[in-house]
Design a binder for this molecule. Structure first.
Ligand code: HEC
Ligand code: HEC
Ligand code: HEC
Length: 450
């Protein structure tokens, strides 16, 4: 093969890969509650617009299309990819800078097929592979809402920061052809089965798999619907593990009841756990506004997912770590670091305080093989989401400046092997890697790490 042709193909291949490797970053924003409408509508149309508003909340379109401190849906939020930043677009009905001139078909092509109005392919940072599952009648409602329920804002779209030739969009077409699923042309038959409703929401509008499903060689989600093993079995996004949601007892939702899943999605916490990282925003901006019937359906569907690893050990509580901590007989760096920095909130028993400080004994988060989330939260701290049903807002401080990579590795290894927890140790190298990628402060200087 001629060198130039080979080079072109390599560029194409790397653009293809890199452009699909986005991180859904920095969603925290001060969304403004503007509800002024573009063109008022009445009667049946108004109902359609309201339904579209609800569906847009389930789909969390604002998470990406509203910039920090920006006007609702006016775009401009930067989404990182390894080759440069991609900006979300203005999807308000403004005729010049937004989607005001989009016909229903233009809108449908963008949202479900990933094809822009000019025929080019959208970056899969726009989760059209999930939205492909949205039924046509819901698409009509979404379109009605975006045309008539959203205030038009004039705000020009920003080109990506991706340099040429990686910025060429044509390789994306191959990604789309390889990985985007079929789009439904008709609504499915009406059903009253909550599990079917839950599946529809989880796979489609709510795009849970965009974070919770592991990705393959092209950074595509390995499964877009339940395949009995990989779907929703855990993926890393933005330096957090969006953990396994399948039926595994140890690291999935096997020990959670349907009511606990419901409570978690609605309020961002259960008696024992709390949402953090990207999930905090999913709860705050989307799930807490979902109606009870739909949340029940989502929880019911999640409870149908079988475990990935049915032979994993079932965890049982063990008090020996608690006893040693109380007696002061465990003098290891991990135990001492825990007592000094963590026990005030999570307690020497690891049981935390109900609905205030999450339990870390026998927690599926703590027992996940991949420790990324744990390292991240210890370095940077976390804040529970603000919700109507869980208005108290507790936080955990970050320890980046106070603890070395070794200390964090030791304390997490201690946590992951105490009270009945059974997860692999954490190394200082793993901590150093996350410290770098989240941009945390450098570790404190101590004589022993020179
Ligand atoms: C996870 C982030 C994310 C979510 C959630 C999301 N989008 Fe997008 N969307 C994007 C990005 C990024 C682009 C631009 C992609 C590009 O430039 O190739 C985009 C592009 C679009 C476009 C094409 C606009 C144009 O000007 O060509 C439309 C229409 C759109 N999104 C509508 C929606 C709707 C409606 C929802 C909710 C149902 C939604 N998006 C949810 C990230 C997202
Ligand atoms: C933007 C990425 C993202 C999306 C989208 C997302 N999640 Fe999450 N989710 C996470 C992360 C990260 C965690 C780990 C932090 C935590 O436990 O709160 C998580 C944790 C969870 C947990 C807690 C599990 C446990 O054992 O503690 C549940 C339940 C959950 N997600 C359900 C869902 C459902 C249902 C959806 C779709 C409606 C969804 N998530 C969509 C990122 C996401
Ligand atoms: C001031 C009280 C406080 C201290 C001190 C503290 N935490 Fe936390 N921790 C919290 C709160 C509150 C959350 C929930 C944060 C959220 O939802 O974003 C949390 C969450 C966690 C989680 C995630 C639990 C889950 O499943 O939801 C882990 C793991 C954790 N802390 C470990 C530690 C370790 C290790 C230390 C010591 C290095 C520590 N914490 C110190 C209050 C604290």
């Amino acid at each position: 093969m001629k060198a130039s042709k080979k080079a072109t193909m390599m560029v194409a291949a790397s653009a293809l890969l890199a452009a699909s490797a986005w991180t859904i970053g920095a969603f925290a924003d001060d969304r403004q509650g503007d509800s002024a409408t573009a063109a008022p509508v009445s009667g049946a149309d108004a109902q359609l617009v309201e339904r579209g508003r609800y569906l847009a909340t389930v789909a969390d379109c604002a998470a990406c299309h509203t910039a920090k401190n920006g006007k609702p849906f006016a775009g401009g939020l930067g989404i990182e990819s390894p080759i440069g930043r991609i900006y979300s677009t203005n999807i308000t009905p403004d005729k010049s800078s937004g989607i005001g001139k989009f016909s229903y078909d233009d809108f449908d092509r963008a949202v479900r097929h990933g094809i822009a109005r000019d025929g080019s392919t959208l970056y899969p940072a726009m989760p059209y592979a999930s939205y492909a599952k949205v039924k046509p009648s819901d698409m009509q409602a979404l379109y009605a809402y975006f045309m008539h329920g959203v205030q038009p804002i004039e705000r020009a779209n920003k080109a990506t920061d991706i340099p040429w030739p990686l910025s060429m969009r044509w390789p994306l077409r191959f990604w789309r052809m390889a990985f985007a699923p079929e789009v439904a042309t008709d609504d499915p038959p009406v059903s009253n089965d909550p599990v079917a409703r839950g599946r529809y929401l989880v796979e489609g509008l709510a795009h849970c798999g965009a974070c919770h499903t592991p990705r393959g060689w092209g950074l595509q989600e390995k499964a877009l619907s339940d395949d009995g093993k990989t779907y929703l079995s855990g993926g890393v996004i933005d330096n957090f593990l969006a953990k396994n949601l399948r039926g595994d007892q140890k690291d999935g939702l096997g020990t959670w009841t349907q009511d606990e899943i419901f409570a978690f999605l609605k309020s961002g916490r259960t008696k024992h756990s709390a949402a953090f990282g990207g999930m905090s925003e999913v709860v705050e901006n989307s799930m807490q506004h979902v109606n009870d019937a739909d949340l029940t359906a989502i929880a019911a569907y999640l409870k149908t997912l079988t475990s990935v690893n049915p032979s994993a050990a079932v965890l049982t509580a063990n008090a020996s770590a608690t006893d040693k901590l109380r007696a002061g007989t465990d003098r290891s760096n991990g135990a001492l670091t825990f007592v000094d920095n963590c026990a005030a909130c999570h307690r020497t028993s690891g049981s935390g305080y109900e609905s205030t400080f999450p339990r870390i004994a026998l927690s599926s988060t703590v027992n996940s093989n991949d420790p990324t989330s744990l390292i991240h939260i210890v370095l940077m701290g976390g804040e529970m989401p603000w919700t109507k049903t869980g208005p108290t807002h507790y936080g955990m401080p970050g320890f980046a400046k106070r603890l070395t990579d070794r200390d964090i590795a030791d304390v997490l290894t201690f946590v992951r092997t105490s009270w009945g927890n059974q997860a692999p140790p954490v190394s200082a190298e793993q901590v150093a890697k996350v410290r770098k990628s989240v941009g945390a402060a450098s570790q404190p200087k101590r004589p022993e790490n020179n």
